[in-house]
Design a protein around this ligand. Structure first.
Ligand SMILES: *Cc1c(COP(=O)(O)O)cnc(C)c1O
Length: 387
């Protein structure tokens, strides 16, 4: 009988390269592979498993909703969908008029937002160097990485990239034909890159001056990951469009595009749609995630645990580690040499899942429920992992 990896290699479209392990089970911040080896999940399914694996309240909520009503199409609505939209509108709008479109992924949330920007009558978009916004053609047209985009051109036109965090470059690129500026409040896939203080506020002022929409892609940063519901709001700025996904469903696929103010009313009936988006099962999962983040105090916990994690890593004092950046439990370990892939491989062999978004940066995005006790063995192992 062929191995799982051989079967994977034969059966799957070759989009992802060779998977590192076959995983079969999870509990809290841990997962187990088919051989029975346990791993501390410091990546959380790439910032998705906000509540860790198999959180009992989320499992029960999904089971209960699945046994009640799973899908109805968007020709109908459900209490779960309405309540989730109201919650997201309140979180993002902060008292201002806001509306939500529910999707199944981050890319689809960005597709919805991109279509909304077109309805301004303008089509120029300013995006950031180093950005990642997804793999569907619209979301891809905004993503900076050339090797992701080039094989799939022609893509929707009109996108200009400016250096992330460079206020002068942003001001120079914006004009009265700009429909929107899209940016991540912290760039996740680029290696957890933070903008300089005041940059988001500057982008807000520039957008206002030119009548452009400010669009925050919070697919990775949002929903508690950085210790706040929205990293943009934590930096004191409100977007006109905000997109979410990853952590929102705690592992259940769901995304959202929230539009504020005039942007909320641009889409008219028939102009956009989705079959699965916002079904009662996904909506109930997301509502439960929001409830648990609130009732378990996970925003503050993520902020504190993330600060402990960053300072503990730096305190080991390894010459290969320059510093740790990011906020809450979205962290980039900046290395002095391009050895992140080697470290990630050794970490896996030692029972730690981390990833290497750049040759000289490790990314850590553990579940928001992770404790310092869970993390201590990783700190202890660091000298061996980087050596
Ligand atoms: C992951 C990610 C996306 C894409 O989300 P998918 O669910 O993979 O489509 C978009 N934007 C950001 C910032 C992301 O991190």
């Amino acid at each position: 009988m062929s191995t799982m990896m051989e079967r994977y290699g034969t059966a799957m479209i070759k989009a992802f390269g060779t998977p590192q392990r076959v995983l079969v089970r999870g509990e809290g911040p841990y997962v187990w592979d088919a051989e029975g080896t346990r791993y501390l999940d410091l990546l959380g399914g790439i910032a998705v498993n906000a509540l860790g694996h198999c959180h009992p309240r989320l499992v029960a909520a999904i089971a209960e909703q699945a046994a009640t009503l799973m899908h109805v199409s968007n020709l109908f609505t459900t209490p779960q969908q309405i309540e989730l939209a109201e919650r997201l509108d309140a979180l993002v709008g902060g008292g201002r008029h806001a509306r939500t479109f529910l999707t199944n992924s981050g890319s689809e949330a960005n597709e919805a937002a991109l279509k909304i920007t077109r309805l301004t009558g303008r089509h120029k978009i300013i995006a950031m160097e180093g950005s990642f916004h997804g793999r569907t053609l619209g979301a891809l047209s905004l993503t900076a990485t050339a090797k992701y985009r080039l094989p799939f051109e022609p893509l929707p036109a009109g996108v200009t990239w400016v250096p992330y965090g460079d206020a002068d470059a942003l001001a120079a690129a914006l004009d009265d034909e700009t429909a929107a500026v899209i940016l991540e409040p912290i760039q996740g896939e680029n290696g957890v890159v933070e903008p300089p203080a005041g940059y988001l506020q500057f982008a807000r002022e520039q957008c206002d001056a030119h009548g452009a929409l400010l669009w925050f892609d919070e697919v990775q940063t949002g929903m508690g990951r950085t210790g706040a519901w929205l990293e943009s709001a934590a930096q004191g700025v409100q977007g006109d469009l905000v997109t979410f996904a990853k952590g929102l469903g705690g592992g259940f696929p769901i995304g959202a595009c929230v539009a504020v103010g005039q942007a909320a009313d641009l889409i008219q009936p028939g102009q956009h749609g989705t079959t699965f988006g916002g079904n009662p099962l996904a909506s109930h999962a997301a509502l439960t995630v929001l409830d648990i983040i609130e009732s378990e105090g996970l925003l503050l916990h993520a902020e504190r645990t993330g600060a402990w994690l960053a300072s503990s890593i730096e305190a080991v004092g390894l010459p290969q580690i320059d510093h740790v950046r990011g906020r809450g439990l979205l962290r980039g370990v900046v290395l002095t040499e391009p050895i992140s892939a080697d470290i990630a491989r050794r970490a896996l062999e030692r029972g730690f899942i981390v990833n290497a978004p750049r040759p000289d940066v490790l990314r850590l995005a553990p579940p928001l429920i992770v404790t310092t006790d869970d993390l201590q063995p990783f700190i202890d192992a660091l000298p061996d992992l980087v050596a």
